[in-house]
Design a protein around this ligand. Structure first.
Ligand SMILES: NC(=O)c1ccc[n+]([C@@H]2O[C@H](COP(=O)([O-])OP(=O)(O)OC[C@H]3O[C@@H](n4cnc5c(N)ncnc54)[C@H](O)[C@@H]3O)[C@@H](O)[C@H]2O)c1
Ligand SMILES: NCCCC=O
Length: 392
């Protein structure tokens, strides 16, 4: 093999380790050429983050960007900038050199848009809504700038007939109402087997009645207020549109009676939903669960995938083989089996379809801030021999 000349790609494919962990440098077993890989920081990266989980979403980007050797500009949401500014303070206290991490608070169409189009920003990593992502991607495209997009979702939770109902109810509630449904990966479409639907919904309502809604600083609080007036009105509009499209509010749908002020919304369960309704198709980003029933596994998968989004999805069943089968068929970047939402920093996080592309966390998060360069060196003392030497 060492004598083969001119089959570079073939040779590279065979090189031990090239397709594995990509540890640099990789020396090829060749006499005439040596090829290796250099990983380099992409450069200056803009990290644009949303208001939900403001510090967590920032650290998912800041840590790997700095670890990769990039200089970063973090643009927090105008609705939740303080923890990101605190992060900047902490970095200053630990003597991170000036200029390595920069916090740029400001409005999206001003601070965010300027970063997306700036000629000296080499990459955008964005977490937020699909609508904003389209604007950012359009601006970045003008300079052929890479983007990672972590966007919204409308996740399914598929509950089969063989489940322990209370366990499945608890995960359904956690998957949709945890942090008020203000979570990108919320499993906000319940797809439940028709044979258990009546009992399941009955217990879902009972569990929901038991959720403590209060000032988040009160002991035992499980649901606080929605983030802002704008978001509160958006959630209430979704509920009223669902009603006017013919859906039924099985539970909730209002401000809790005991809370006269603040943007509180009751956990809300909506039934009699059709697949064409807004409530089935669009991300609410509030504590609103919509429900459909199914008869066959195929129908459940079809309903689960009947969405533009593809972030989180869940399957609940005692049948392990069925869970494996369904997990593979769900068009989501993250699938939970017999649970919903747990997220580990060693595993890749990200979406498909309108939920975006690229992955955060673990080695995938780091890779997204690295550019990979291959270097190939001619190391033989011999003339290469592709052309005939000119006659002396
Ligand atoms: N996939 C994920 O990991 C993930 C995580 C959290 C939130 N989200 C999504 O985020 C959304 C909620 O967050 P949001 O309301 O803050 O989203 P958003 O899109 O309104 O704002 C996100 C960020 O983009 C900025 N921005 C707004 N307009 C901009 C523009 N024209 N150019 C550049 N930047 C601009 C905002 O100032 C903010 O910092 C939901 O859709 C949710 O699903 C996704
Ligand atoms: N597990 C946290 C995901 C944040 C998305 O909104």
């Amino acid at each position: 093999m060492d004598d083969v000349v001119g089959c570079f790609e073939y040779y590279a494919d065979l090189a031990e380790g090239l397709d594995a962990k990509q540890k640099a440098p990789i020396s090829l077993p060749m006499k005439t050429f040596k090829s290796y890989v250099i990983k380099e920081p992409i450069g200056v990266v803009a990290l644009i983050v949303p208001w939900n989980y403001p510090l967590l979403m920032a650290t998912w980007k800041v840590a790997p960007a700095l670890a990769a050797g990039c200089a970063a500009i973090l643009k927090p949401s105008e609705l939740a900038s303080v923890t990101c500014l605190e992060l900047g303070e902490v970095c200053r206290e630990v003597d991170l050199p000036a200029g390595v991490l920069n916090i740029l608070p400001g409005l999206g169409p001003e601070a965010g848009a300027s970063l997306a189009s700036h000629p000296h920003v080499d990459k955008i990593s964005f977490t937020g809504s699909t609508v904003t992502a389209v604007k950012i991607m359009t601006a970045a495209a003008q300079r052929v700038k890479p983007v990672t997009l972590e966007l919204g979702g409308k996740g399914p939770i598929v509950v089969f007939e063989d489940v322990d109902i209370d366990k499945a109810v608890e995960w359904t509630i956690f998957g949709c109402f945890y942090t008020n449904g203000q979570i990108c990966s919320a499993t906000s479409r319940l797809i439940v087997h028709e044979s258990i639907a009546a009992e399941f919904l009955d217990r879902l309502v009972k569990w929901s009645e038991n959720i403590k809604i209060s000032d988040p600083l009160e002991e035992g609080c499980k649901l606080g207020p929605i983030v802002s007036r704008g978001q509160y009105e958006k959630v209430m509009n979704f509920i009223s549109n669902a009603k006017s499209e013919g859906a039924a509010i099985l539970y909730g749908g209002n401000r809790p009676k005991h809370l006269k002020k603040g943007f509180f919304v009751e956990p809300t369960i909506i039934t009699d939903v059709t697949a064409s309704m807004q409530i089935w198709r669009e991300e609410v980003f509030g504590p609103v669960l919509c429900v459909k029933t199914f008869t066959t596994e195929e129908e459940a998968i079809e309903l689960a995938n009947d969405t533009h989004y593809g972030l989180g999805g869940a399957v609940v069943s005692k049948d392990r083989e069925r869970c494996d089968r369904v997990s593979k068929l769900l068009q989501n970047g993250a699938v939970w089996v017999n649970c919903s939402q747990p997220c580990f920093c060693q595993a890749p996080f990200g979406g498909t379809k309108w939920s975006g592309f690229g992955r955060e966390l673990g080695e995938w998060g780091l890779e997204s801030y690295l550019s990979v360069k291959q270097v190939t060196e001619y190391v033989s003392d011999e003339q290469w021999g592709w052309y005939q030497p000119p006659k002396q």
